[in-house]
Design a protein around this ligand. Sequence first.
Ligand SMILES: [Fe+2]
Ligand SMILES: [Fe+2]
Length: 475
Amino acid sequence: MTKAAFYLITDSHFVSKRSWTEGRPFTMRERGDQIALKASPEILDAFIDKILADEETDTVIFTGDNVNNGDIASHEDFRERLKRLADAGKNVYVTTATHDYCGMGDDENFFKACRYTETGTEPAPYMRKAELFDYYYDYGPKQAVSVHRGSGSYSVKVGDCVRLVMINDNGNGRSHCGLFEDGVKWLGEQISEAKAAGEYVLLAVHHPVLPPWEVYRHMADFELYGGYRDLWKLMCEEGVRVVFTGHTHVQSIRKYTDGEGRWFVDVATIALVNAAGKMRRVTVENGVCDVVSVGIDSIPGLDTNGLSLYEYLFRLNLPGAAETLLKTAVTDYDKFLAMADGMLPVDKLKKHPALVKAACKKLLNMRLSTVAKFGKGFGDLTAEERKKAKEIKVADVMFGILRHIYPGNAPYTPDTVEYKSVIAAVRRADKLVRKFHISKLEQIIPPGSSLEETARPFLYNDRTGDDDAITISLD
Ligand SMILES: [Fe+2]
Ligand SMILES: [Fe+2]
């Protein structure tokens, strides 16, 4: 029997407590980044506690954006956490990405390290890209079977049957986050060597190889792994079945199948510091790769203002902020303005309280039946569905969709009244967009696709059926 097991953490966006003081500047930074920066140490520690409690799993991997801003203080405190894992006997393997270093003007990485004071920022010592390899040498390269020094990529043996290739894809920091020619050659060699040794090959890389939604690729192709089409081809030709990715902060499991029926799966993991942030637990046994997800429900000692951990973190995300802001605008306008600071044009909102409140109220009270009627789909609903559509609020459907953007597993399957009503409206909108050439909307539709096809994966999981778990045959 052959076996391997590891945990995967990505996008921990760790910020040292030494890098900020409570005040408007860092609160605004957190709102801008829309992830839990202030609580990032507590969140990471809570996940590490979970890992340490599991004696069955001896390996932990981190796939980049480990810290948020490339500052040395955060790297030091992050590396302390790695040491804690290693001291407890875990194998710890790390790759890095664009948030882990600061641009020197010689590439497209624009991150700048700083310390946030009560009133502003001050420069802070920072990590250069060329320093990362040595800084994290003990966590990957040191244990590696093979190292590609040019990119900082390496491969390690996990258990007795897996060769895990940790691709360091930090490229030029923006428009090419992938390997260059010699790195691609090295990757090919790793796959051949592993196969010759009878090992299963798993890949891990920061940037997505498949996008969470096609509209993501259409709008932001450069956010994908640089050279992803070549990697699709390589994985299909060589029978490499799985690549683990991060970067999008979205929990997504998608499968790619080429014209000859050859396939692979991209297991993309949500950012650790996102609402409902999770890590993956991966096992390989007898040729079967099993992926599950592990989250945390609470963090002892973290002040969440009486909210559950999920609700506390959710408000920091764009979907959570939108939901909270819309509801608060109706009930407490001053509170709404304070919460909107840094996200919405507060000066303008201050001038039109009655108008904004009325618009929010109208939106919050609109029923799903209005949407179905707009789509000329109301008559196609059953009597019971029509009754439901008159009761369900559009805002709740919208919030339901938004709540699943990052954690995956979108909620409205084709048999639901929510799906039928929204899709009817989207179909009508598609016709109107094309008839009147509404360019802003036309632009988001990938060529050869439709608004309906673009919207569908936001309504229900049409990826592989479950963004949290999958079982993959590696043979
Ligand atoms: Fe990230
Ligand atoms: Fe990233």
